[in-house]
Design a protein around this ligand. Structure first.
Ligand code: WT7
Length: 637
């Protein structure tokens, strides 16, 4: 369902912004500003850096291109993101404003004013210092969706260390790989996380991962579920014990950082090998995310904003934790899954907390749509004014349902295209841009995206091509942690002559210049909007003693966008069957995480390969979908 062809059919429908929305927009002349930025993107970002961000010392250059593609932004500027996100609010009238409203799965409500959040962050920053964390060190954070996750992130950033958050849905091997790659001496985790009424034992998973990555010296454990956990003396400490020590005072100096110092690493899947740790830096990143959030979601002082992603993904880093706080916004965060424990939990929360902006993923919309609109109709959703979508193309049915039954044809839908690598929104409307369901509309002001052929020539209208970005932007990842060569090879090699960034996506532009994302061109599979590399799932499968070789493909799915179909060649003498298929699915779940679990495990005698030995996943996919095999000339056999 979420492939390009269907979006084209919806193309003729245009939803112009309502007069009301335009009249009240933060940036009513956005299209003119965007037009002006086409000629001078750096000037646009320079203005935003001055308008939205406080600098300890001003930068002396907006963009430095001397070591392309290792671009630098705002060089010479001194800054800390926590100063902009917290310090300045906690010492202004905003100290009494709510920064965060959190609701647990079982309905407990906890609120944090800016002052309270700032104090908690300061305390934990002091705790991290007492554990030996210094500027430039990495801290791995592996937690459920609790306020202590953003607190741990902000505390790390405050003292100039680099956080590496690993999504709480990942399992042992995935966590171990990320800890080892980031070389974190300190890990912050929870005893457990609540998920659909059950607890996930995060501490056990952490213990297993830590045993596979001997760099870890200290583990700080936040008590969420109260379940029994094993604490290793001298290594493991309870968060609440450390916080009650005199060292954990509510005052902590904010470290002065260079604009280009590291802020965080976030791992994401790619075509080959282990996940890449993308490094984001202190200066440009915050300019990009603050500007995009303000323009796109039209953030106002009185808003109550809900980005329903997990803080453990880039969406959460940029648009749950950092950008809303920089803008002084009140955010809502829910611990549980959509539709849990009852189908209208989200709609009830929107009414209860008077949420005005909801930003979520197509897969969540589709899952709630399945319960029926009557669940939404039971609630007063009139507080909503803007909706958002991210993670994969939104299919027209889901778009219409969201627009009609949640937004009551009053709320524009911001379909934001971007990536872990881009740091912030890249192709997106703002509330004053006419919408077409399924299209992210136009590149944001200052972003020069295009769809081109293999030789770099721009595609004709409605012709599929490579989605590229032709000019640097401030939120861009600066490198792959520990592997700059991989950064160049992955993103800058395909269009090296032109010096363009290749996104890995295919797309087309229509006759109005609107962008339509088709999907990944590489071996990345989007399952429920989560990004998985075939390589990760395949290496988990072959780590099972019965499996000799494995190949995975993504197959379109009504609800999840795609699901994983795995092909396995078994070791000699092993018999395939339903039990083994179930065991292999479980094995992937334990090693990588529930989201990586293949929907189907099929046993085969051979896999189609090129003469150079590469698995031709394209052929496997064509076969499963009953499509023509296409060019098979490079097939070995
Ligand atoms: C890939 C990046 C950026 C936050 C979440 C995903 C796909 C993302 C859209 C959208 C169509 C989208 C692309 C992209 N994608 N947003 N609005 N429409 N496709 O970040 O996990 O790094 O994945 O997600 O394929 O390359 P990510």
């Amino acid at each position: 369902m979420s492939n390009g062809t269907e979006h084209v059919s919806a193309k003729s429908e245009v939803f112009p912004p309502s007069d009301d929305v335009v009249a009240h927009a933060n940036v009513p002349d956005y299209l003119a500003i965007r037009q002006a930025a086409l000629d001078d993107p750096a000037a646009f970002w320079d203005a935003r850096a001055k308008e939205l961000i406080d600098w300890y010392e001003p930068y002396n250059e907006v963009l430095n291109t001397s070591n392309a593609p290792f671009y630098k932004w705002f060089t010479g500027g001194k800054i800390n993101i926590v100063h902009n996100a917290l310090d300045r609010h906690a010492t202004s009238w905003r100290r009494n404003k709510l920064a965060l409203i959190w609701e647990s799965e079982d309905g407990e409500e906890v609120t944090y004013s800016y002052l309270k959040l700032w104090r908690r962050v300061n305390r934990f920053a002091n705790v991290l210092k007492s554990m030996g964390v210094k500027k430039g060190d990495t801290v791995t954070i592996y937690m459920g969706r609790v306020p202590q996750l953003p607190i741990a992130m902000l505390a790390t950033a405050k003292i100039g260390a680099i956080h590496s958050v690993v999504y709480g849905g990942f399992s042992e091997q995935a966590l171990a790989d990320r800890i080892a790659d980031a070389k974190s001496k300190v890990v912050v985790t929870c005893d457990g996380a609540w998920l659909r009424g059950k607890t996930v034992n995060l501490k056990d998973i952490t213990d297993e991962a830590v045993s596979r990555s001997p760099v870890v010296q200290k583990v700080i454990v936040y008590q969420r579920t109260g379940q029994d956990v094993k604490m290793v003396p001298g290594r493991d400490f309870w968060w609440h014990d450390l916080e009650s020590l005199p060292i954990a005072s509510p005052y902590c100096e904010t470290e002065v950082m260079d604009a280009e110092d590291g802020l965080f690493i976030l791992y994401t899947s790619g075509t080959t090998g282990k996940p890449k740790g993308l490094l984001h830096t202190c200066g440009g990143y915050q300019v990009h995310i603050a500007a995009t959030l303000k323009y796109v979601f039209d953030i106002k002082e009185e808003d109550r904003y809900w980005c329903a992603a997990d803080p453990g993904w880039i969406t959460g880093h940029s648009y749950i934790v950092y950008a809303p706080l920089i803008l002084g916004t009140t955010s809502f965060m829910y611990e549980g899954a959509p539709g849990y424990p009852y189908p209208d939990r989200w709609w009830e929360q929107i009414e209860k907390y008077a949420i005005s902006i909801l930003y979520t993923a197509p897969t969540a919309i589709r899952s709630l749509m399945r319960f029926g609109a009557e669940w939404a109709d039971r609630h007063d959703l009139s507080s909503l004014r803007i909706l958002g979508s991210v993670g994969e193309p939104i299919n027209p049915e889901a778009w219409r349902w969201y627009y009609t039954h949640i937004g009551h044809e009053r709320c524009p839908i911001m379909d934001t295209w971007w990536q872990t690598e881009t740091g912030g929104f890249m192709i997106t409307p703002t509330p004053v841009v006419p919408l077409k369901p399924g299209s992210g509309t136009l590149p944001f002001a200052g972003i020069q995206a295009d769809v081109v052929r293999e030789d770099g020539v721009p595609c004709d209208a409605n012709e599929d091509g490579y989605l590229v970005v032709k000019y640097p932007w401030p939120g861009m990842a600066r490198t792959v942690w520990g592997d700059p060569q991989r950064y160049e090879d992955t993103y800058w090699a395909d269009f090296a002559d032109q010096g363009w960034y290749f996104t890995g996506d295919s797309a087309r532009r229509d006759e109005d210049g609107y962008f339509w994302i088709i999907g990944r061109m590489d071996d990345v599979i989007k399952v429920s909007g989560y990004r998985l590399g075939t390589a990760e799932v395949e290496s988990a499968l072959v780590s099972h003693p019965d499996v000799a070789e494995a190949a995975c493909i993504g197959v379109p799915d009504e609800l999840k966008g795609n699901v994983i179909h795995a092909f396995c060649i078994l070791n000699a003498g092993v018999q395939g069957g339903d039990d083994l298929a179930a065991a292999l699915r479980q094995h992937v779940r334990t090693e990588v995480g529930p989201i990586a679990m293949p929907a189907v495990v099929e046993f085969v005698d051979s896999l189609p390969k090129t003469r150079s030995g590469k698995i031709m996943r394209r052929l496997l996919k064509a076969q499963v979908l009953g499509k023509p095999l296409g060019d098979t000339s490079t097939l070995e056999d």
